[in-house]
Design a protein around this ligand. Structure first.
Ligand code: NAG
Ligand code: NAG
Length: 319
């Protein structure tokens, strides 16, 4: 009898939850992100060598060396600045320069048609909006001198649009951008747009289906920052933040959105001390010394942290 009931339940659940080819890859990714203690390297409360907090850092590898680049923001006297640092080991960071004043939430990518250059995007004040800059070489980035720049006019919110992320492999002429818009100036929601030739902001649109994937779990606050990897076991996945209770930073959680299924899964991140809240996820797939690695960063807000874990968490896993 018990076996029969089990078979019935198993049958019903396999009918209602059809398998997707991306399921195995997604579950593996979620397992890797959740298990901070199993990482090959990790650092809580990350700071650069000058002591700047490395809030919301996005890390990529330099195209011409084994060094890593980090872009992040630091609040000093209540003014956020976008900072640039380098590292040989992903944990120890040497500050190089400030890239933007009154800027925050930066991301960085290498365009496929300019493989020595770097696109940096961030959230710029005043009139909270997206801003982009292109640095043709590593020396230009180090010097903070862009050859192109563009401030994106707000299109979906009259109050704020921010937390840029870059989908797939951009070119200088075509950057596929994820961002959030402050919907009716009440709550952050997902959006996507394209920057053409550093001069035209187009195809901007709300993404209610992406929001729905998180609202499904009872998220009542903001749905904000996200970051996408294009080829994890051949599938694309986006790490996203969702806030269960409005205005409560202690309720930020991480989700993996699966564009293959249109659904998301919560990630139950387990740290050494048991922090509960995690915002601003980023993921980077790259190689290091010939080995494929997954780099993950999460911001642990002071409202939901365990002792010694507040601030930016950086960890990586050899694959
Ligand atoms: C961090 O890097 C700096 C310079 O690159 C070096 O002097 C220092 O010893 C490093 N610290 C650790 C803990 O690796
Ligand atoms: C941004 O680009 C404009 C031209 O489009 C240029 O005049 C301006 O100096 C640039 N700003 C920076 C900070 O590079």
């Amino acid at each position: 009898m018990r076996t029969l009931i089990f078979l019935l339940i198993a049958g019903i659940s396999s009918l209602t939850h059809a398998q997707s080819p991306s399921d195995v890859a997604r579950h593996r990714l979620i397992g890797l992100i959740a298990d901070v203690r199993g990482a090959d390297g990790r650092r809580y409360g990350s700071r650069d060598h000058l002591g700047n907090t490395m809030d919301c850092v996005k890390i990529i590898k330099r195209t011409d060396s084994e060094q890593f680049i980090g872009v992040y923001h630091t609040y000093i006297n209540e003014v956020p600045r976008v900072n640039l640092a380098i590292s040989d080991d992903l944990l120890n960071w040497t500050w190089l320069r400030e890239l933007a004043y009154f800027g925050s939430q930066p991301t960085i990518a290498v365009p496929s048609d300019q493989p020595h250059g770097y696109i940096v995007a961030w959230e710029q004040e005043p009139k909270n909006h997206l801003r982009f800059a292109f640095y043709p070489t590593w020396s230009d980035l180090q010097a903070g001198i862009p050859s192109r720049n563009y401030s994106v006019p707000r299109t979906l919110s009259t109050c704020a649009e921010g937390t840029p992320s870059i989908y797939g492999q951009p070119t200088l002429d075509n950057i596929d951008v994820g961002f959030h818009f402050y919907d009716n100036c009440v709550v952050d929601r997902q959006a996507r747009g394209t920057l053409k030739n550093f001069g035209l902001w187009t195809q901007f649109r709300k993404q209610p289906n992406v929001d729905n994937a998180l609202l499904h779990f009872g998220v009542k606050g903001n749905i904000g920052d996200r970051d996408t990897i294009s080829n994890f076991d051949s599938y694309q996945f986006t790490a996203m933040e969702g806030q269960y209770a409005p205005n409560d930073f202690g309720t930020w959680r991480t989700f993996i959105f699966d564009p293959q299924t249109g659904n998301a899964d919560p990630v139950n991140v387990i740290t050494d001390g048991g922090s509960q809240a995690f915002a601003n996820p980023t993921m980077t797939l790259t190689t290091w010394k010939g080995q494929q690695i997954l780099i993950v960063t999460l911001f642990v807000p002071s409202e939901g942290h365990a002792e010694g874990e507040a601030g930016e968490l950086i960890y990586y896993r050899k694959l």
